[in-house]
Write a protein that binds this ligand. Sequence first.
Ligand SMILES: [Zn+2]
Ligand SMILES: [Zn+2]
Length: 373
Amino acid sequence: MRAVTVDPGREEIGLADIPEPALASATGVKLRTLEVGVCGTDREIAGFQYGSPPPGDERLVLGHEALAEVVEVGRDVERFAPGDLAVPMVRRPCEHLHCRPCRAGRQDFCQTGDYSERGIKLAHGFMTELFVDEERYLHQVPYGLRESAVLVEPLTIAEKALAQVWEIQRRLPWADPSAASDEPGRGLSAVVLGAGPVAQLGAMALRRRGFSTWVYSRSPAPNEKADVAGAIGATYVSSEQVSPGELAERVGNIDLVYEGSGASKLAFEVLGVLGTNGLLAFTGVPGHGPLAEVDTDALMRSMVLRNQVALGTVNAGFDSFEEAISDLEHFSQRWPDAVRALISARHSIEEHRKLLVGHPGGIKHVIAVAEGA
Ligand SMILES: [Zn+2]
Ligand SMILES: [Zn+2]
């Protein structure tokens, strides 16, 4: 069967013919890949910056943002039957007995760094026709999300960040107790940095919870990303036209910053205008750009005197996947056009190269692996 693979040793990417996987355990599930999203991580692996094949293999099958259909289940599988839609998790636990997060099923907080990640690190990904996974790493997706569930994995980044935001902000009376329980962010202001899929899905999650939401990204409006922000009731502001200081004047107290672009200089400038009791969550992974100057005295003074928190967060656990699926159902009903607009185009598996090494533009590009998908 066909697979998009990277050979880091030979610095080659391409379509390979690999053997079909077979069920190897009673709790295993065999799935047919329907769609795989392409993101910056795939592009960096295709640029040989990181990414490692499974032990004993020279090639790594790419792809970690998948939607698939169950074709076969092991005899002890309880939650899935053939025909069900499923989204797989990305990270698998390390094997160290002393790694408390991994032993508790929270490998997104793995302490040792010896985890594996499908399509990224030491485990094959999903840019292939069939794959096998353990039931505990799979999430059931309603059929109504067939067109959008490829966005579940990028949305889990925001879900994990938000879960931590609520946990941390229990340190003070933060949410308005009179706000409706499904809109605990009402009366609070959030700024989203970036306007790519992780940022826009984060903006949707914030809007759903009632935050006044600002999407702060480079390109001046009008553009397709500003249109998505507008459609979900967020305010789009270009960082080329409005400085962080001016942004803070418009927003008022910035209660939360959800960083989703990996642009570190801008993120630290915005940390400098974060509001009282505010929290900034970094999710982007910057490359190695030119050194930027930061006024460390001003930043530290502000963080201390205003009780601020800066938080880094990566990957996501089981609950964040379930939350993402539930949120995506809400988004798809409330903002169907905006959700559709996040997926710029679907491509055949043969077109992988232009998505991995070219400059396709747009927001999210998807490889439709299954024929007729
Ligand atoms: Zn990704
Ligand atoms: Zn671990």
